[in-house]
Unconditional design. Structure first.
Lengths: 360, 320
């Protein structure tokens, strides 16, 4: 029995332990619990790391922390640096506390950190990023706006929005979505209704599926699923009722045939640009809010699942966001509404052609 | 009428897995072993079933109904194996059953995630394609009312679950083995004196809970998702509540599961029921319905509650 257990443990270590290449590892990616095939931030960041590493013959590797908490992340960052990493990519807000501690440690001041979608925190209180720390966050309202605009332009009149937990990022997606739908409705002189809710969780569940199915059966044609794994339940409901959905953060078209498009944050480009900047000695730390002006947000490049909406329409609208003609209200314009669009003063006034049915 | 069909279909979504898992728990508890591990068993059962399904689908080996049935068998087998850990601790080692159950609840998701990540190069979620929904069957779907209720856009698992309910009822209430299970839960000493092996019967009880719990995990995840993330959202614990609410008896468990299913459905789909939607109450009120209703019903019915008398008490031969 003991021998069996021992050999099993050895086997598991062998299986877990092998990844990456032999050159001195200069570019390191630390994954969170999702792993590099999560169809989301980890995967996009890894693609960028890998591409750069292969093209420029640099050693690259991804590390999976042994435990997915602040201590585990810190340990993994330290051992990555010990193995020669000059650039460490951290995809996702879960690294915020670990980064806050690491950046204070002078041992790591020559290592460049690329933080995706978060800024460092100390015990959950925000702190300024150090000079060697680049923090990217995104204007979620812009891809949200584009998604809503595209959906209405494509002929949908009954929309749905299911957010995860009502955090600013999720709320901004939702607000953008409503305003995009509104602007398209104005152009087409239509009236749009939107069912709108926050599920209170980022995990799939029968409740979410029931709610989504109820919406679809009540006439909703397309739901923007905006919050981690809840998309699984929304997609399942869409498949059952033969309706449509919109993905979020990464291109989710492979997850379900019902996904018409996805509202994207271009993590891959962000990481690629920063790695290039480091090797060109142009790297500058700090907190950056990325948006349409650098093409860091957008919709999926595949437009084949739209009925009438064309890439040209999208690009025209994109240009308007880019040059600032289109103004989008966000959570910070009225924080007291706590994500309920019907309780916002400015947003509600702006939504002339959209009726929001808020559940939550 | 469409609303009724829709609400019924959604009710099944909640009620069917709850019922199967609660029935599993019933066998275990009626034989005298408290089974808190239902959550863990569901997870590990769902995990193995989906993992098998993923393998078969990606390699194009098997599809459709044969795949569903074999996946159910895999889930049942792994669930049974997993529950044996609980049986060993509870029966042979006479451990505190609450603790070993809790241990399995912690082990289940951890083991699932570990295996998934090890075998899938770090990927925790296991995807699957839902190809098991039957949109209609000839003749049966054309029956008025019943056809719409049961034979349109349905899952075969609904009927498997109903069959399991009927079999469970007859097995527990009408067969010799069923009587033995019940006697071991009420008075194991007397059962032992009558020549029944309490250990074997309790192993059987826990094993059945593993089989049904494992199947329940797969049945739970199939209609509601496109991948399995090693979580069943607390449905194992809900099933325990259904088991107690259903007074450890098969038909009442079925009733309790459906009651819970209906209230849960109304809590999330009230928007499409004109009568409820017009009330225009805050969302939270609707979400409270299942729990408030359960509390009220329990307050009225718990007087007649009849937990197996030896439930949770390890059997010790020397303490006759």
């Amino acid at each position: 029995m003991k021998k069996l257990i021992a050999s099993l443990m050895v086997l598991s270590m062998v299986l877990v332990g092998c990844s990456g290449s032999n050159k001195k590892t200069e570019i390191a990616l630390i994954t969170d619990s999702g792993g590099i095939n999560d169809k989301s931030f980890n995967q996009s960041a890894w693609e960028a790391v890998k591409e750069y590493g292969e093209k420029n013959d640099k050693g690259y590797k991804y590390y999976k922390p042994a435990s997915f908490d602040d201590e585990g992340y810190k340990k993994q960052i330290k051992s990555a640096v010990k193995n020669g990493a000059k650039i460490v990519v951290l995809p996702g807000f879960k690294f915020a506390n670990a980064m806050g501690d690491i950046q204070e440690d002078k041992t790591y001041k020559d290592v460049k950190f690329v933080c995706i979608d978060f800024t460092p925190t100390k015990k959950d209180a925000a702190v300024d990023p150090a000079e060697n720390v680049y923090c990217a966050s995104y204007k979620e309202q812009q891809p949200g706006y584009l998604a809503g605009y595209a959906a209405v332009k494509d002929g949908y009149t009954k929309l749905g929005f299911m957010g995860g937990i009502s955090l600013p990022a999720v709320i901004n997606y939702g607000y953008g979505y409503l305003q995009g739908a509104n602007d398209a409705a104005k152009e087409l002189n239509k009236k749009i209704t939107v069912n709108y809710t926050y599920t209170g969780t980022f995990n799939e569940s029968p409740s979410i599926k029931t709610q989504a199915t109820a919406w679809y059966n009540g006439g909703t044609e397309i739901i923007f699923s905006c919050g981690g794994q809840i998309c699984n339940s929304v997609f399942a409901a869409a498949e059952d009722t033969k309706k449509f959905s919109i993905g979020v953060d990464s291109d989710q078209k492979d997850d379900s045939k019902t996904v018409v498009t996805s509202a994207l944050k271009n993590v891959k480009q962000t990481v690629a640009d920063q790695i290039t900047a480091v090797y060109d000695n142009k790297f500058k730390g700090g907190a950056y809010v990325l948006d349409a002006s650098g093409s860091y947000i957008g919709l999926s490049s595949d437009f084949s699942r739209f009925k009438t909406f064309k890439k040209a329409d999208y690009e025209a609208e994109y240009a308007k966001i880019k040059d600032g003609t289109t103004k989008i209200l966000t959570h910070s314009d009225d924080e007291s509404a706590k994500g309920n669009p019907n309780k916002t003063v400015k947003l509600k006034a702006a939504l002339t052609n959209v009726t929001v049915k808020f559940e939550g | 009428m469409n609303i009724v069909y829709f609400l019924f279909a959604q009710t099944l979504l909640f009620a069917i897995p709850l019922m199967i898992v609660a029935l599993g728990g019933m066998f275990s508890e009626r034989s005298g072993v408290v089974n808190l591990a239902l959550e863990g068993i569901m997870i590990i059962g769902g995990f193995s079933g989906i993992f098998y399904m993923n393998f078969m689908q990606t390699n194009d080996i098997m599809h459709g109904m044969p795949l569903l049935f074999t996946a159910l068998l895999v889930s049942a087998a792994v669930g049974c194996l997993f529950s044996m850990l609980h049986a060993f601790a509870a029966v042979n080692l006479r451990a505190d059953q609450t603790i070993s159950g809790t241990a399995l609840n912690m082990l289940g998701p951890a083991l699932g995630i570990f295996i998934a990540k090890t075998l899938q190069d770090g990927q925790q979620n296991i995807g699957f394609t839902n190809e098991f929904r039957i949109s209609s069957v000839p003749v049966l779907s054309d029956i008025p009312v019943l056809g719409d209720l049961f034979f349109k856009n349905f899952y075969i698992t609904t009927f498997i679950a109903i069959a399991i309910l009927i079999i469970s009822y007859f097995f527990l209430m009408k067969t010799k083995t069923g009587l033995r299970i019940r006697s071991c839960g009420e008075n194991p000493q007397a059962a032992d004196a009558a020549g029944i092996s309490v250990y074997k019967i309790r192993y059987l009880g826990v094993g059945l809970s593993g089989i049904l719990g494992g199947m329940g995990g797969l049945i739970y995840i199939l209609p509601i998702s496109t991948e399995f993330t090693c979580s069943v959202d607390g449905y194992g614990f809900l099933a325990l509540a259904v088991l107690i609410f259903g007074n450890w008896a098969p038909l009442r468990i079925a009733g309790a599961a459906f009651f819970f299913g209906i209230t849960k459905t109304l809590a999330y789909a009230y928007g499409s029921v004109p009568f409820l939607a017009h009330l225009a109450l805050p969302d939270t009120v609707y979400k409270l319905i299942p729990y408030v209703a359960t509390l009220i019903l329990l307050a009225f019915t718990s007087k007649n509650s009849a937990a197996p008398r030896a439930d949770g008490v390890p059997y010790d031969k020397s303490k006759r």
